[in-house]
Design a protein around this ligand. Structure first.
Ligand code: PFF
Length: 483
């Protein structure tokens, strides 16, 4: 019966017998979910926060957070989804009700909070994703026409983000691409794209890694990233590592619950979780090694990079491809293809969270849900895009201290408030509201790998993860900003 779309109201449009779309294989699931996890968080945020926090010790703490908090929650989200075969709202209702029937509504609210987080996150994520299209087009031009000697990368960047028409065109293109994939559904849209794009993404990254490791700064970069210096490590760095582990693994908002709801009983939640978490972490580290090798190879670059994450990806790197990086004329455009592909496989998962809710809970057809949600989200993308163009209010509003503009406000709200609170309730749902039998039957079903110990998972999901996440929430309430 699990393969049948569950509906609480039989009068809704989609027929009871409509079979739920599923990933066609374990590899399909892993690639799609890894595609969701690998994104701007790996290429844009992680290298920068590693930089800000002086490398080594921060990276080690991050790895611990990923293993102790990220991995157990990944399994929790996928199992909650697989068990109920419903999107985030319905799945969390079922999870909470498994021990506490009166708590269905609360479960639904937590799911709704996640859907809202997906909605907002997608609305501004698309803007940065759009920049990758611009830099791809520019770098193709530089590859064939040469990098103009008098071009100031900083000025180019400012002109790009300040141009409202261009910003809207770029984000609209990216939104249309996202809608087009989700429109075709799980196996024919999302999985198919992931199967094609992820191997391309890995290939490009590998080429870049070879090139970067041949540069003179590679040794210093590796030491910076992997040699821990605990003197540099403060409380905020630990919070930042923990908060980022949610963002990078697409946790805390039901994306993995939604993807989990398309797993059939033949496929292992535990194996998939291990693979997704490992791949996401490796890619974040590889991206960081690449960027730092380039930066450490160029005299004076360290000081220039200090400014912002955006700076590293869109201001420092473009020129370096043409002046420093071996085979940079080829790797430059490929790098921006990589950023675009990584972003696209994440944006499709965000749109899927919202669309799946509309399909499962509101009875919309997939086509209507995808186009409707995509269009509604794009309205907010316009606000985010215009917040870089000097538009009154959108560029200047300041709800959170030091976070001026719509874009920064939305990012701060989602990363600091929505993902940790959503994640906290998800750990409670899996660790405390679902019965032991229910979670055990999802994780220990003959498909799990030998290294998996159910008792250990249960300990982490009941104690370690909620306490760690509660600590983030506590400090956020006190006003600590870790994003
Ligand atoms: N994991 C993505 C990244 O690292 O860029 C961001 C993200 C995508 C978060 C999808 C949440 C999500 F549902």
């Amino acid at each position: 019966m699990r393969d049948i779309a569950h509906r609480s109201d039989p009068n809704r449009k989609a027929p009871m017998s409509q079979s739920r779309d599923h990933w066609s294989s374990n590899a399909g699931l892993v690639l799609a979910a890894t595609g969701s996890a690998i994104g701007l968080g790996n290429l844009w945020k992680f290298p920068f926060i590693t930089w800000e926090n002086e490398g080594g010790a921060f990276v080690l703490v991050y790895l611990i957070c990923i293993a102790a908090v990220g991995l157990p929650i990944m399994m929790a989200e996928l199992l909650i989804g697989r068990r109920s075969q419903k999107s985030a709202v319905g799945a969390l209702k079922d999870a909470v009700a498994s021990k506490w029937p009166a708590g269905r509504k609360l479960g639904g609210l937590v799911g709704g909070w996640g859907v809202l987080a997906g909605f907002i996150l997608l609305s501004y994520y698309t803007v940065i994703a759009g920049w990758s299209l611009y830099y791809f087009a520019q770098s193709v031009g530089w590859t064939f026409g040469g990098f103009p000697a008098d071009l100031s990368p900083g000025e180019l960047f400012d002109a790009q983000v300040g141009n409202a028409g261009l910003q809207l065109a770029l984000s609209l293109s990216f939104s249309i691409g996202t809608i087009a994939v989700v429109y075709f559904g799980v196996s024919k849209g999302i999985e198919r794209i992931a199967r094609i794009f992820l191997p391309i993404l890995f290939g490009i990254l590998l080429l870049m890694l070879f090139s970067a490791l041949s540069m003179s700064g590679a040794g210093e970069a590796l030491a910076f990233i992997f040699r821990p210096n605990f003197a540099e490590l403060g409380r905020d760095a630990v919070l930042e590592a923990l908060g980022h582990s949610f963002f990078t693994l697409s946790l805390g908002m039901g994306a993995m619950i939604t993807y989990g709801s398309y797993i059939s009983r033949k496929h292992s939640v535990v194996k998939a979780s291990g693979a997704i978490v490992a791949l996401d972490t490796i890619i974040a580290l590889v991206a960081t090694v690449i960027m730092f090798s380039v930066i450490f190879s160029v005299a004076g670059m360290r000081d220039e990079v200090g400014g912002s994450t955006v700076g590293m990806l869109f201001i420092s790197l473009p020129e370096l491809f043409y002046t420093e990086v071996p085979f940079g004329v080829v790797l430059g455009p490929l790098f921006y293809v990589l950023v675009a592909l990584a972003a696209l496989t994440s944006t499709i998962s965000l749109l899927e969270v919202v669309s799946a809710y509309l399909i499962d809970e509101r009875g919309l057809t997939r086509h209507k849900a995808t186009i409707g949600a995509g269009a509604a989200i794009f309205v907010f993308t316009i606000f985010a895009a215009l917040s870089f163009t000097g538009t009154p209010i959108l560029s200047t509003m300041e709800v959170f201290d030091g976070k001026a503009g719509w874009f920064s406000t939305a990012d701060h709200f989602v990363s600091n408030w929505m993902l940790p609170t959503g994640g906290f309730f998800i750990t409670l749902a899996a660790g405390w509201f679902m019965t032991r039998e229910a979670t055990k039957s999802e994780l220990v079903d003959g498909t799990e790998p030998g290294w998996f110990k159910y008792g250990a998972w249960r300990f982490f999901i009941r104690w370690v993860a909620p306490i760690a996440v509660a600590a983030i929430i506590y400090f956020v309430i006190l006003g600590v900003d870790f994003s």
